[in-house]
Design a protein around this ligand. Structure first.
Ligand code: RIB
Length: 301
């Protein structure tokens, strides 16, 4: 298999979304105002965002042999994502239960299911990685798979981007092959260990990775890289309906631009616009904007 500018290694989940006035607290029961079921999962969201962002995109992940798996596969295909590297495994498809409160904030619990089944890189996976410009991964799938994909990317001279979500300690073997790290404030502080301030944490992480993008929600993003001054990507004030998947949209659109040679700073500006469009719509995959929508916003400024 050849031709994918971007290979996304990651999870696919069916998102069960409960609209609530406010997120539930421990020991509490609250009534939802509405329920919806959407295709999601950080990997699938990012693959769709890369494809809608204009990149030929392949998705390397797993679903179960069930109705949710078929919904997830169809959503990827509908978005133009190449699903030939998608495995159908002997486990239920991943499920995420997501509370979304009126402010647009969310809380997510994931039952990994098929995403947690150990998988190794096949010759087809390796060929796809070797022929790509960028590999993008997150941490909702076995770490061994992410490390293997990263090592393969590094050996092939392909750029490796990691969105360290949900955050966990990274092995040296993964740090060694990363080119770009995308983290939110919480993830930056956890990964840096010592620093409490997310911006200081992002700078500290440059000891492990050449480029870091710190996403700051409505405040935009901060780009830091070795030997250059930090760059602020300003936030866009928009009415947020649902922030689910906004970080994934950022990552997918970022790598779609990187795959065509756009410098990281300018790619982050596109990604920031795309994320600001996604929060104005409900759902993860349903909220991902097209390249034309992003271009229209950029042209208006
Ligand atoms: O980042 C949002 C995603 O996190 C949701 O789509 C959910 O499936 C979880 O993976």
């Amino acid at each position: 298999m050849t031709g994918a500018g971007v290979v996304v290694v990651g999870s696919a989940n069916l998102d069960l979304v409960l609209a609530v006035e406010r997120l539930v607290r421990p020991g509490e029961t609250v009534l939802a105002q509405g329920v919806s079921r959407n295709p999601g999962g950080k990997g699938a969201n990012q693959a769709v965002a890369a494809a809608r962002g204009g990149a030929a995109t392949a998705f390397l992940g797993a679903v179960g042999d069930d109705a949710d798996g078929r919904v997830l596969t169809a959503a990827l295909v509908d978005a133009g994502v190449d699903t030939r590297l998608l495995r159908v495994v002997d486990a239920p498809s991943g499920l995420a239960v997501i509370g979304v409160e009126t402010s647009g904030e969310n809380a997510i619990v994931v039952a990994a299911g098929a995403n947690a089944v150990p998988v190794s890189l096949t010759p087809a996976d390796e060929q796809a990685i070797d022929g790509s410009a960028v590999v993008l991964a997150q941490l909702e799938v076995p770490l061994e798979l992410v490390v293997a994909a990263g090592a393969r990317a590094r050996a092939a001279g392909v750029r490796m981007v990691l969105n360290a979500a949900p955050v966990r300690t990274l092995p040296d073997a993964l740090w060694a092959v990363l080119d770009v790290l995308v983290v939110n404030e919480h993830e930056a502080v956890v990964l840096a260990g010592a620093a409490d301030d997310p911006r200081a944490a992002a700078v500290a992480l440059l000891e492990r990775v050449p480029e870091v993008l710190l996403t700051l929600g409505a405040e935009g993003a901060l780009y830091v890289a070795r030997r250059t001054d930090p760059v602020v990507v300003p936030g866009r004030r928009v009415p947020a309906v649902d922030t689910t998947g906004a970080g994934d949209t950022f990552c997918g659109v970022l790598v779609a631009a990187l795959a065509t040679g756009v410098p990281t700073e300018a790619a982050a500006e596109r990604a920031n616009v795309a994320a600001s469009l996604s929060v104005q719509r409900a759902g993860a995959i349903p909220s991902v904007p097209t390249r034309d929508e992003v271009d229209a916003v950029l042209a208006a400024h």
